[in-house]
Every structure is written in structure tokens, then in C-alpha cells.
Design a protein around this ligand. Structure first.
Ligand code: SAH
Ligand code: SF4
Length: 400
């Protein structure tokens, strides 16, 4: 018997959710259809996270349905594996895209407390993998895969919105804190935010969308030129260059003072408070001197700092700072007038730090590689803690 070669044709149809209303309008007109069809199609794509292949477009004429199916994809997210943690409060989704790339999104439910209403926050990815290579981050460990397109970004949101709608609930917040560096895929991220904002598409207010960056200064400056689009969060992790060179390799291209200057200008121009994230790593960036350095750096800025205990990831020798250390760190910042919150870890038992599930799937690197990485990290952080700047080259694909 001769084996028939199996050719798996990749679905290359563009995702409908990535099209602007004008693009969809042009497609509808090209098929000789009246313009009100645009609204009908958009409703099926966006309302309550959109309908499924089985139910979408039932009210459209058969010829238009066939044309849609031939030209455009209703969903760019293929299989999704869900893992539930924190007694149902955290849902981690591992999505397989049509070319097999794996990305993650995490839905976190916050029950109503006192005067604050219940919230449902979705953390989404902007790239498969990431080129920046922060050593404490599972995505950084994976390296860069590829940029996501607009539909692939917003389809993570539609997926979660559909799951919520089934319980009569709605997404209240979206954060770009999953896999990838959003400001290194800025065109797609901006178009995705526009779709998420647009009242005729997803319709979530800009104030409820946060984009986190590890410090791509030209990207921050470009955003400032555009005016307020969303809340900007900056992954600070350390205020001292030598240490930040190791924790956020992009710091060797744009040192922390330049990052904070760009963020400060952004805050002034948009009237929005900037938030800074610090992943708290025991014995590395959690000392009183580190807290003082942040106070000096942020000075009188209208800033807010989030302290997040590090989620342990494979291949690093590091762990989360103990809670009393984090509390003392927070106290130093607060005494200096910097609004500071300690964020509780979510979904640790399902590996909810960004990229952890995908890293798990990629398989463990061989033990000697892990050992070498750990050794290098111990040496690099020891040098950094002595104040020596790193002379390692920038990772490929960033900072040019
Ligand atoms: N690349 C962007 C956005 C995605 S990372 C950025 O770095 O800002 C989102 C956040 O998750 C960052 O603040 C990052 O520092 C944090 N993070 C990554 N790995 C983590 C870990 N193991 N434990 C805790 N936070 C982590
Ligand atoms: Fe990339 Fe952000 Fe992870 Fe750093 S923390 S490797 S920038 S995803």
C-alpha cells in the first residue's frame, strides 16, 4: 500500500474580527449586498463575544453565507484548553492558532467587595513568545515566535466574552500582560484596541484597557503623540541600571531613566496616571536599597506601583520574595507618597505567569542547558548586585 502524502492546508482566510468597518463595508459592497449587511455581520461577530460557526449568519442569504465562509474566518483561535484554578476564580486558556502557534489568555474573576462591583479581567497576548527575554518570565524563556495579527488578539477577547455571556456576565477590564511585548507589535495592538473600544464592535471604554511594556521608548513616544488610548503600565522591576540590564535585557538599549522620562511625558500629555510593575524576586530586587532607588527615580511623579510576587518558573534559581519583605518595600514607597499595591498571585497551580503553559508544552530543555542558564543567571545577578553593568549583547530582534 502506498501512503498518501498528507497535506495540511493552513487556513489563510483573514479573521473577520480584524477588519475595520470600512474594510467589511468594502467586502459587502464587492459582493453586491446592501450596506445594512455590515451591521448584521458585525453583530454576529461581536455581540456577547460573537456566535459560533453553527449559529452565525443564519439570517443572511445563503449566497452571502457561502461567500463569507469562502473568504473570511469567523474565528482565528483554534482549539482551546482551559485550566481552572483558585476555586474557579482564575481560568487559564491555552489557545492553538491556525498555524499551530500556542498563546495564552487568563480570565480572572473578582467578586464584589464592599463598594466595588464584581470585575472580570482578561489578560491577553500580543505575540507568540517574546524576543525581550526577561529571565524570570516563561515567555522570555520560549524566545520569539511571531507577531499576532489583529484578529488573533481580539479573538482571545471574544472567546472569554462568550464564556462569560453564557453566565450572563461581561468583561470589565482587558490587560495586555500575556505573552509578548505589545509595543514591538504596536500597529496590530493599536488596531486591536480600536476594535475593542469601538461601540459598534466590542465597546469597552479605553479606561478599562491596560497595555504593559517592558520599556520600548520609541513605542511609548509614539503613543504619546496619539493621545490617550489606554492605560500604560511599565514593567520596571528595578530602578538600578545594572540590575535592570539583567532583569529586562531591553534596558541595555533604553536605560531605565529614559523609560521613566518617556512614561512621565506620556502621563503629562494624556493626563493619565502611569502604573509601574515590579515582580518581586527574593534576594534580587527586593532590598531596602531597591525601594529607595525607586523612590528616587519616580520622585513626585503621578505614578502607581504594583508589587507582584514572582511566580516561580522552571530554569531560574529564583523565588518570590516573602510577604513581609514585600510589605516593607511597599511601606517605603508609600512613605514617599507613591501609591503602591501588592498584587496577589493568581492561578499559580495552573502556571498562570505569562507563557508558562506554552513553555510546558514546548518541553523541558535538556538538564545541562538548564544548569548552564541557572549558572549564568546567578553570575549575572551577582555582578549586577555589585553594580556592574552587563556587556551581554541585546537579544536578536529587539531594540534596533
Ligand atoms: N512584555 C510586556 C507585557 C507582558 S508581561 C511586559 O513585560 O510588560 C506582563 C507582566 O507579567 C510583566 O510585568 C512581567 O514582568 C510579569 N511577569 C512575567 N513573568 C512573571 C513571573 N514569573 N512572575 C510574576 N510576574 C511575571
Ligand atoms: Fe517579554 Fe514581558 Fe516576558 Fe519580558 S516579561 S520576556 S518583555 S513577555
Amino acid at each position: 500500500m502506498t501512503a498518501t502524502p498528507l497535506t495540511l492546508a493552513m487556513d489563510a482566510r483573514p479573521g473577520i474580527s480584524g477588519m475595520t468597518p470600512d474594510e467589511l463595508g468594502a467586502w459587502v459592497a464587492a459582493h453586491g449586498q446592501p450596506s445594512y449587511r455590515v451591521r448584521q455581520i458585525a453583530d454576529a461577530v461581536w455581540k456577547d463575544g460573537g456566535q459560533t460557526e453553527a449559529t452565525a449568519f443564519r439570517t443572511l442569504p445563503a449566497a452571502l453565507r457561502d461567500a463569507l465562509a469562502a473568504d473570511l474566518a469567523l474565528d482565528t483561535v483554534g482549539d482551546t484548553e482551559l485550566r481552572i484554578a483558585d476555586g474557579g476564580l482564575t481560568e487559564k486558556a491555552l489557545h492553538r492558532l491556525r498555524d499551530g502557534a500556542l498563546i495564552e489568555s487568563v480570565l480572572m474573576h473578582y467578586p464584589a467587595r464592599g463598594a466595588s462591583r464584581e470585575r472580570h479581567t482578561l489578560c491577553i497576548s500580543s505575540q507568540a513568545g517574546c524576543a525581550v527575554g526577561c529571565p524570570f518570565c516563561a515567555t522570555g524563556e520560549l524566545g520569539f515566535g511571531r507577531d499576532l495579527d489583529v484578529a488573533e488578539i481580539v479573538d482571545q477577547v471574544r472567546h472569554a466574552a462568550r464564556r462569560l455571556a453564557a453566565d450572563g456576565k461581561h468583561l470589565t477590564n482587558i490587560v495586555f500582560m500575556g505573552m509578548g511585548e505589545p509595543l514591538l507589535n504596536l500597529d496590530a495592538v493599536l488596531a486591536a484596541v480600536e476594535a475593542l473600544n469601538d461601540p459598534h464592535r466590542f465597546g469597552l471604554g479605553a479606561r478599562h484597557i491596560t497595555v504593559s511594556t517592558s520599556g520600548v521608548v520609541p513605542g511609548i513616544r509614539r503613543l504619546t503623540g496619539l493621545g490617550p488610548q489606554f492605560t500604560l503600565a511599565v514593567s520596571l522591576h528595578a530602578a538600578r541600571d545594572a540590575l535592570r540590564d539583567v532583569l529586562v535585557p531591553l534596558n541595555r538599549r533604553w536605560p531605565v531613566a529614559e523609560v521613566v522620562a518617556a512614561a512621565r511625558d506620556h502621563g503629562k500629555a494624556t493626563g493619565r496616571r502611569i502604573s509601574y510593575e515590579v515582580t518581586m524576586i527574593a534576594g534580587i530586587n527586593d532590598t531596602p536599597a531597591d525601594a529607595e532607588a525607586i523612590v528616587d527615580l519616580l520622585g513626585n511623579d503621578h505614578a502607581h506601583v504594583n508589587l507582584i510576587p514572582m511566580n516561580p518558573v522552571a530554569h531560574t534559581p529564583w523565588n518570590a520574595s516573602p510577604m513581609p519583605v514585600i510589605e516593607a518595600f511597599a511601606a517605603t514607597l508609600r512613605e514617599a507618597g507613591i501609591g503602591t499595591t501588592i498584587r496577589r498571585n493568581r492561578g499559580q497551580e495552573v502556571g498562570a505567569a505569562c507563557g508558562q503553559l506554552a513553555a510546558e508544552r514546548a518541553g523541558e530543555p535538556p538538564a545541562p542547558v538548564v544548569a548552564r542558564r541557572r549558572e549564568r543567571l546567578v553570575m549575572a545577578s551577582a555582578e549586577a548586585l555589585r553594580g556592574e553593568r552587563s556587556d551581554e549583547p541585546l537579544p536578536a530582534g529587539v531594540g534596533e
